[in-house]
Ligand binder design. Structure first.
Ligand SMILES: Cc1cc2nc3c(=O)[nH]c(=O)nc-3n(C[C@H](O)[C@H](O)[C@H](O)COP(=O)(O)O)c2cc1C
Length: 191
């Protein structure tokens, strides 16, 4: 079987989409959360991440006002809360209260963090790139808060203890089996 060309060019075939919870706050101090699948690490020095926020999303204006946001990594145990924050608008409700999530006070930025997520990053907005119906918001990570329970004795991340959530098309997926370490091809021949 060969490849066929998909009639309409689309970004949807790209896989997978790491699901993150982006936290922000309005001018009255009401916190909000938007579930984002279009997310990526961008650079390691300075450490940056990017999230694509739809131009019609309530959260976009909040983030542009404070010029910062939280990136919180949900686990499979938080799947319901992640789906909820991607199904309701913070225009009408307080998603922290409605989803039973707890505000964690940030150290540097104004946007709140989510206590239940094992990893939360404080990000300062350094670029907003307009791309049609979404803006790519690039944030410089200025602080990272990590649950000790997913660290090993040396303080490094123990990946076997993390249960991340990915999205692909309109489905949620978990990570499959661990395959290899990076650069294994330097020592192992091509099969
Ligand atoms: C799994 C999932 C992934 C999503 N990814 C994005 C995304 O990458 N960008 C975006 O703007 N909205 C995305 N959404 C939709 C928003 O989370 C949703 O419209 C949300 O209600 C907007 O919240 P707000 O109105 O409080 O800003 C996603 C929703 C789900 C369930």
């Amino acid at each position: 079987m060969g490849k066929v060309e998909i009639r309409q060019p689309t970004s949807r075939f790209f896989f997978p989409w790491p699901v993150v919870l982006v936290s922000c706050v309005d001018e009255n101090g009401k916190p909000n959360i938007i579930t984002v699948g279009a997310s990526s690490i961008c650079s390691s020095n300075p450490p940056t991440v990017g999230v694509a926020i739809g131009t019609a999303q309530y959260s976009l204006g909040l983030i542009k006002r404070t010029r910062d946001f939280g990136v919180n990594l949900p686990t499979q145990e938080l799947l319901w809360q992640a789906d909820f924050c991607g199904s309701q608008s913070g225009r009408n409700i307080n998603k922290f209260e409605a989803a039973g999530l707890t505000v964690q006070q940030p150290k540097i930025i104004e946007s709140p963090l989510i206590a239940e997520c094992p990893v939360s990053m404080e990000c300062k907005l350094i670029h907003a790139i307009s791309l049609g119906n979404h803006e790519w918001l690039i944030g410089e990570i200025v602080a990272v808060h990590c649950d000790e329970a997913i660290l090993d004795q040396r303080g490094e991340l123990d990946t076997s203890k993390v249960h991340p959530v990915f999205s692909y098309w309109a489905e949620y997926w978990s990570v499959g089996q661990r395959l290899k370490d990076w650069h294994f091809s330097r020592t192992e021949p091509k099969p």
